[in-house]
Design a protein around this ligand. Structure first.
Ligand code: BGC
Ligand code: CA
Length: 336
């Protein structure tokens, strides 16, 4: 009898200890800039996930300035956060942030902008939550290739090649480099010869995407452009605006240029619905935000970060890869 009572008592005390600890968890997050459509989705998912835990989450806007972000991390440390989530402004400048966390023994979870491998390896409480950029490049290239296979008239000049425009994301971002490379590779692997009519960065931004696209239209002529590949949806939507300004992609099948993006943002899905955009690739903001918070909370509570504790596969002890998915006219409704 006594033994049993003691046992229950211990369990209760342990239970209290665990929940008290969980309630104390404070996670400090920095997002490279709030004014980014995709990262806004990740941010919303982080806030929603934190509601499932008993701790709290603070998120600040690094306003695209790395020195400001470094100061924000210092402020979080002074404040006594139990874990950090960082979406670096410059992914090649992640080392000092990792070192600040390491000096305090604080877990640090990088998201969306992947630090170099050396940085990831040099502290055992460092994680990265993101998606394999190669995959999204491959899927978007396949969407264009499939369109050309299904529509012979898409090869407007009938030369058997795809004359395309590439609108790239921010220089130095792994997603810009790899999406560009792998989308081209996927079109080639599908058996197409290619001719690049123009390629430029529009820094993930819709207005810049529209400006760059109008520039290409004036430079090479709209009737020569057979496809547009953009590294994200905002830039793809910008390109579509520039096409619409010329009376294209507005319903007349004779005046249509296939445009693909990446992200599957709400406005991109709307554009697919109205027929002005050919396709996109889901960059899963919901699961990236959720996974980042789960890793931060588990690590802050001193639990091991494993599939069992966070519900996502953990690769090489440090990486949580969220898969991309192809979004076409056949399945876009599932994502709306
Ligand atoms: C997204 C972009 C976003 C960028 C921010 C990429 O993964 O596709 O839309 O602007 O991340 O770092
Ligand atoms: Ca052609």
């Amino acid at each position: 009898m006594k033994k049993w009572a003691l046992c229950v008592g211990t369990v209760l005390v342990l239970g209290l200890a665990v929940s008290a600890m969980a309630a104390d968890v404070l996670v400090g997050a920095c997002i490279y800039k709030f004014d980014d459509t995709f990262m806004t989705g990740v941010r919303n998912a982080m806030n929603a996930e934190m509601k499932e835990h008993s701790g709290s989450l603070e998120i600040v806007d690094s306003q695209n300035r790395q020195p400001d972000q470094n100061n924000q991390v210092d402020t979080y440390i002074t404040k006594g956060v139990n874990a950090l989530i960082v979406n670096p402004v410059d992914r090649t400048a992640a080392a000092p942030l990792m070192l600040k966390a390491k000096a305090e023994g604080l877990p640090i979870v990088f998201v969306n902008r992947e630090p170099q491998e050396e940085v990831m390896k040099s502290y055992d409480k460092t994680w990265y939550v993101g998606a394999k950029a190669e995959e999204s490049g491959t899927l978007s290239g396949q969407i264009i290739a499939d369109y050309f296979k299904a529509n012979k008239a898409a090869d407007k000049n009938g030369d058997g090649k795809i004359q395309y425009i590439m609108i790239r994301g921010e220089q130095g971002h792994q997603d810009a480099t790899l999406r560009t490379e792998y989308s081209v590779k996927a079109m080639k692997d599908s058996g197409f010869e290619l001719e690049e009519l123009g390629s430029d960065t529009a820094n993930w931004d819709k207005v810049q995407g529209a400006n760059k696209m109008s520039g290409f239209i004036s430079a090479v002529g709209l009737d020569r452009i057979e496809a547009v590949l953009a590294n994200n949806d905002d830039m793809a939507l910008g390109a579509i605006e520039a096409l619409k300004a010329e009376g294209y992609n507005a319903g007349d099948p004779a005046k249509f240029v296939p445009v693909v993006g990446v992200d599957a943002t709400a406005p991109a899905l709307e554009a697919m619905k109205d027929g002005s955009m050919l396709g996109t690739v889901l960059n899963d903001a919901v699961n990236q935000g959720k996974a980042a918070v789960r890793v931060a909370v588990a690590a802050a509570e001193g639990r091991e970060v494993t599939k069992e504790s966070i519900g996502y596969d953990v690769t090489d002890e440090r990486y949580i890869w969220i898969p991309y998915r192809k979004v076409t006219s056949e399945n876009y409704k599932e994502f709306m």
